[in-house]
Design a protein around this ligand. Structure first.
Ligand SMILES: Cc1cc2nc3c(=O)[nH]c(=O)nc-3n(C[C@H](O)[C@H](O)[C@H](O)COP(=O)(O)O)c2cc1C
Length: 282
């Protein structure tokens, strides 16, 4: 009796499509497809939005998803400010070097590491809050804010909205803090533009490094893999051509981003800024 060939399902085909868009190499993904995986693997930053407001119901769903993220010791050391006012958005955009997506997006969420709340809980009770004086607490707030934000991103994408992180608000955290009247112990980690993607300018799935570059097993593997980088430069180049954005190798982008203090666009002063905003960073 001849063995029957395994039946390819629509789900297998969808995983193959998702893998090929994400990697543009021979990476295969198999197993059970589901909508959560589809949303996660289809992520792309959206920088062109329709002039359509984000309903409050959507904002509340996004925040519920954000609050559903894990949180270190459940301290929930983060907050978020929803900015829809055009004038305020525009002033924040100045800090971010004037990015078109901030201008276009109906909503800008500013994600905050917030150790003001736990400090107040302790001090209102006359209790010490010594633990908040260390780098650990800054990191904890930043990690909590990032996990929350990314859950919101996935929720928004599952609802058909698009987002783009805006790390550039860290170019000048003190100006952001003044604009948003942040109390002591609250640090702006990044912004997030939110809106309905403009179908006239569809964003593509940006390929990622091969899994062989990032996935190590049991120990860190330092074997050089020059082909990984060469192939990734080529894959990203095809994406750039399709999106009509400047062709530049990823390895060049990395070097440009890390090469000089100037490329940090003011963020080399973050330690000092965080201290001024109430983080002791011992
Ligand atoms: C913390 C963080 C900050 C970012 N800041 C910016 C930014 O200021 N402007 C921007 O256009 N994109 C920004 N991005 C988006 C990245 O450029 C984008 O995620 C990356 O190129 C991968 O593309 P993809 O999100 O479409 O997959 C940021 C992303 C992260 C995670």
């Amino acid at each position: 009796m001849t063995a029957l060939a395994p039946v390819r399902t629509e789900e297998d085909d969808r995983l193959t499509t998702l893998a090929s868009e994400r990697y543009r190499n021979d990476q295969r993904l198999s197993g059970d497809w589901n909508e959560t995986l589809d949303t996660l693997l289809s992520h792309r930053s959206v920088r062109n939005y329709l002039p359509k407001a984000v309903p409050d119901s959507v904002l509340h769903l996004a925040i519920a998803a954000a609050q559903s993220a894990p949180s270190s010791s459940n301290l929930q050391a983060w907050s978020v400010i929803a900015v829809a006012d055009e004038a305020r958005k525009s002033r924040l955009n100045t800090v971010a070097g004037t990015q078109r997506q901030i201008e276009q997006a109906p909503l800008l969420l500013i994600w905050l590491a917030d150790i003001n709340r736990p400090r107040k809980i302790a001090t209102d009770d006359g209790a010490p809050a010594e633990g908040l004086d260390y780098v650990e607490s800054f990191l904890l707030g930043v990690i909590d804010a990032a996990l929350a934000a990314q859950n919101a991103v996935s929720a928004l994408e599952s609802l058909g909205l698009g987002t783009c992180y805006i790390g550039a608000i860290r170019n000048d955290p003190e100006v952001v803090a003044r604009e948003l009247e942040l109390p002591e112990g609250v640090f702006p980690v990044f912004g997030l533009t939110v809106g309905y993607p403009d179908p006239a300018v569809p964003a593509g799935v940006k390929p990622r490094l091969p899994q062989s570059t990032v996935l190590h097993r049991e120990r860190y593997d330092t074997t050089p893999r020059p082909d990984d980088l060469k192939n990734y430069n080529a894959a990203l180049g095809r994406f750039q051509a399709e999106q009509s954005i400047p062709l530049i190798d990823w390895t060049e982008q990395v070097k440009n981003r890390i090469g000089t203090v100037e490329a940090l666009k003011g963020r080399h002063l973050l330690g000092a800024a965080a201290r001024k905003l109430g983080f002791k960073l011992k």
